[in-house]
Write a protein that binds this ligand. Sequence first.
Ligand code: SF4
Length: 369
Amino acid sequence: MIYVHTPFCASKCIYCDFNTYVGREEMIDDYTAALVKEIRARSDSRLKISTIYFGGGNPLKLGVVNLSRIMRTVRKYYSVDKNVEISLEANPEDVNTSLLTECSDLGFNRLSLGIQSFDDKKLIFLRRRHTAKEAVSAYNVALEAGFDNVNIDLIFGLPGQSVEEWRRELKQVVALEPSHVSAYGLSVEPGTPLYAAIKKGNISIPDEENQARMMEITHNYLSGVYHHYEISNFARCGFECRHNLNYWLGRDYLGFGAGAYSCLNNRRFCNIFKPESYIRAIFNGGDAIAATETLTKEIRLAESIFLGLRLVDGFRVTDIEEKFHCDLRKRYELVIERLSAGNLLEADKVWRLTDRGRLVADAVMSEFV
Ligand code: SF4
């Protein structure tokens, strides 16, 4: 699988700590040229590519001509599956029917819309650039352009948000009938304006109890309509995001662009973060790797458990035991006992989080790290 990163955005959302920059549009063509060079330089026709994901930032900022150059390069230098899933992240204010039709013609067959909320006040607070009305219209535009696989991203646990308000958001998203919904709790990351405002006491987010309630409602409400396949992800059957599933199943991936991570043959490495430095490195030396980590058996085992528990179906113990030649039950005997007694984990032939465990998933998973 391939990930292509676009580090450009029109403005910065209050909570965003992604590797994205505002006002760097003048470097878009150079950035695309660097991407093309990197994709070509790391080509390996033995790698079978079944999913490609254009994320960011805002990939549409590259423009259709550049997206087409990148797509042509990937197809030329890699063995791309004929049923490849090609996802494109987009913000509601950026899409129109002709643009999305062109993207569909390039091969994009899955669209992920960063709607985040259907409440205008919340959208303003988040510093998003669209309104609730534009969000709905963007979704309809995607359908008109022929996308039958559309994800809607939502965030809960926003400042001032009540459980009832969040329930209304869920009703609104279900009424649109998208094929996929991702619903994440607001994450407060150091270095963001949101973090600073909370630290200063200028704003507060719902307390833990209310956040857990919102997550519980999300799981109960959406799993009545969709296949709940990962803690925060829900899909109509057959529309699960294959790209993200590959991550959760611990498969290798190639990441291109500034700050993109790759994982190949038990080695994880990431590119230089700043786009201008990334461009320079690619044109000077042909590679832009900033850091490399060798994934020991211990790291890979912990990550397999951690990622496997994100999946609602969990994982088969024998699969992990055969892969890592270990006795999982013996190794984690005390952890399993504790988590099972707390009704947080089902640990039989398959290990999976219980409904209760999913509400405190991070804490449960940290027990295995
Ligand atoms: S649109 Fe997405 S990537 Fe860009 S600033 Fe907002 S959250 Fe970050």
